[in-house]
Design a protein around this ligand. Structure first.
Ligand code: ADP
Ligand code: 5SP
Length: 585
């Protein structure tokens, strides 16, 4: 009988499913889009905001999972009874607060009733803070001070304090709504929440996603006791499910009877441990140490393997490598960590420019981004044209810690030596100038400025991490990675080609692959390779290669454009410095 593997991704704007067979010939996709399919929750871009908090109702995600299985079960090209393993992932950092009755309810779900009705009274906090929430700056600074400084916190947990990281969100709950903290029996991340629904019991958090909480001691792989006592009290460890997370690449159990009885899945269907959407994609690709994976989804992210002796610093995050089978410390340290850089103003901010300047059309947006004739229109100071640069931080940005939309028009003869703070201040404009000869001038300038600015900003932080530039290749995933005009700008700014996986990689496909890998073994065998991170990484990489996944080049950098961006680099760095100084939030 044919065997199928199901991957799920509870991401920001939708819940996605990918079903694969043994050889990736047929990749079947299904999704539930939160804004469109579940309008009763009133989300925009998958979230609700009152201007100060960014949240989502966990019941929306619960309802989405039933709807997704309903859609899968109706499809003629998917036989639910042939799915032998399932794995999930989710938006990172987002936290869900279960109350005392949740575990009991999950264990006795009635397959004749929709999940959402049964879980209505299972949450201590009705709106979950999501990764886009930036309301915990006070908690962040207090945590850094209490542990002895930002640098110390980074060395301990992999990151300085970030607003969206779960420790700071928990601290806010503890400070502002102590009764809700006390009413919380367990805390899940979006990934372990999804796995919990699949299992019918609350699932442990995995190591890779746990490293995005400011709570995990990267070296002991346990919740850091001092941080626990700073942000809340000793009851927190039990709420987190025990002393530490489980390995990412590990089995979680078998599917709960709700899914078996309601949708005809098999009782023996294995469930893989869930992880964050970014680590999931990273673990789904056979990457080399010189590759940079970029995800252009709701957020833009950049990921790459860490050197053996990485020392986490002020920018970005060091996470546990999602392809390692063991929590044990490999004495060489090889392959234990990955770097993640996250930029909040990704697709939704590009959409804002698209809607404002190109009538909501990606086609028009892309046409304005492409060169008018055959040459790329990379802004260059040397070609005599004024340089137009923009920073579009409509939501408080993560990297850099700055907010607002800021446009600059630099005179043709300006160079970075003359770019004093005063000169930069004078170059700032509310809108790019019109041109009597080109009615699209303002639209073109904004479309180019946002994409070029995003690519330069990403390159700025990749360079800060000490990665040799240009990388060998960028591997692109996420909704906007289908847009070749956007990819061309990233290729030109980074000065390297861009690759896609074939079939195109998504976090849900990566999760299906993880499920397939773990589904090959029994529970005991699923732990194989314990204690030797390097070997198990190789083993898993070999599995990915053998799965038939191919890499293909989709964009080549244009040498003239790449040279022009190189010229712009010092100027961009000066502007970046200015924006960080003036528009910190
Ligand atoms: N042709 C396109 N050009 C640019 N961006 C696109 C295009 N098609 C989709 N997108 C972007 O992809 C985003 C969704 O990406 P996706 O990775 O599915 O999001 P997430 O996983 O965060 O929910 C949308 O917000 C949209 O702006
Ligand atoms: O905060 C982060 C990573 O640190 C975000 O990347 C979230 O994980 C959301 O992912 P997407 O929905 O944009 O894929």
């Amino acid at each position: 009988m044919a065997k199928y593997y199901l991957g799920l991704d509870l991401s920001t704007q939708q819940l996605k499913a990918t079903v694969i067979g043994n050889h990736l010939q047929n990749v079947i996709e299904e999704q539930v889009h939160f804004d469109q399919d579940l309008p009763q929750y009133g989300t925009q871009g998958g979230i609700y905001t009152d201007g100060s908090r960014v949240t989502a109702n966990p019941l929306m995600w619960v309802e989405a999972l039933d709807l997704l299985f309903t859609r899968l079960a109706r499809r003629s090209d998917v036989e639910c009874g042939s799915i032998v393993a399932v794995g999930g992932c989710g938006q990172q950092h987002t936290s869900i607060y279960w109350n005392q009755s949740a575990e009991r309810t999950l264990a006795s779900l009635d397959p004749d009733q929709e999940l959402v009705h049964q879980l209505t009274n299972c949450f201590a906090v009705s709106q979950s803070p999501t990764w886009q929430d930036a309301s915990t700056t006070g908690q962040c600074r207090r945590l850094e001070k209490a542990v002895g400084g930002a640098e110390k916190l980074a060395r301990l947990t992999g990151s300085v304090a970030y607003e969206r990281f779960t420790a700071n969100q928990i601290a806010k709950l503890y400070e502002d709504h102590r009764h809700l903290y006390d009413a919380t029996a367990r805390i899940s991340l979006a990934s372990s929440f999804l796995t919990s629904l699949l299992l019918g019991r609350i699932a442990p958090i995995d190591a890779s996603d746990a490293a995005g909480m400011n709570l995990l001691d990267l070296h002991t792989q346990e919740w850091e006791p001092q941080i626990v006592s700073i942000i809340a009290d000793e009851t927190l460890v039990a709420k987190l499910g025990g002393p530490g997370p489980v390995p990412t690449l590990s089995p979680a159990g078998v599917l709960g009877s709700y899914w078996v009885k309601r949708y005809g899945l098999v009782a023996s269907c294995r469930v893989a441990t869930g992880t964050g959407d970014n680590p999931a994609s990273f673990a789904g690709l056979p990457l080399t140490p010189t590759d940079v994976l970029i995800s252009l989804g709701t957020s833009d992210t950049a990921m790459f393997a860490c050197p053996t002796n990485v020392i986490p610093d002020a920018h970005g995050h060091v996470l546990c490598h999602p392809g390692a089978l063991s929590n044990e410390i490999n004495h060489t340290g090889a392959g234990r960590f990955m770097s993640l850089l996250c930029f909040k103003n990704g697709s939704l901010t590009r959409e804002w420019v698209r809607d404002r300047y190109t009538d909501g059309s990606w086609e028009r947006f892309s046409n304005l981004l492409r060169p008018a004739q055959s040459n790329h229109q990379a802004p260059s100071i040397e070609d005599g044209a004024p340089t137009q640069v923009g920073f579009y931080f409509r939501s408080p940005e993560i990297l850099p810690h700055a907010a607002g939309v800021h446009r600059f028009v630099l005179a043709a003869n300006s160079d970075d030596k003359h770019l004093t703070i005063e000169a930069i201040g004078r170059a700032q404009v509310d809108e790019f100038p019109t041109d009597a000869h080109d009615e699209s001038a303002v639209s073109r300038a904004n479309v180019r400025a946002i994409v070029v600015g995003q690519a330069l900003n990403m390159r700025y932080y990749v360079a800060q991490k000490g990665l040799p530039l240009p990388p060998q290749r960028l591997v692109a995933v996420g909704g906007a990675a289908t847009n070749r005009a956007i990819l061309q700008v990233f290729a030109d700014v980074f000065g390297c080609p861009i690759y896609h996986a074939s079939p195109i990689m998504t976090a849900s496909l990566a999760s299906a692959l993880r499920a397939a890998y773990l589904g090959q073994f029994g529970d005991a065998e699923g732990q194989r390779g314990h204690g030797n991170g390097a070997d198990t990484l190789n083993d898993y990489t070999q599995f990915l290669v053998a799965s038939g996944l191919a890499m293909k080049k989709v964009v080549t950098p244009d040498s003239a454009a790449a040279a022009a961006y190189k010229t712009l680099w010092p100027t961009f760095s000066r502007l970046h410095e200015f924006v960080v100084r003036e528009y910190d939030y």
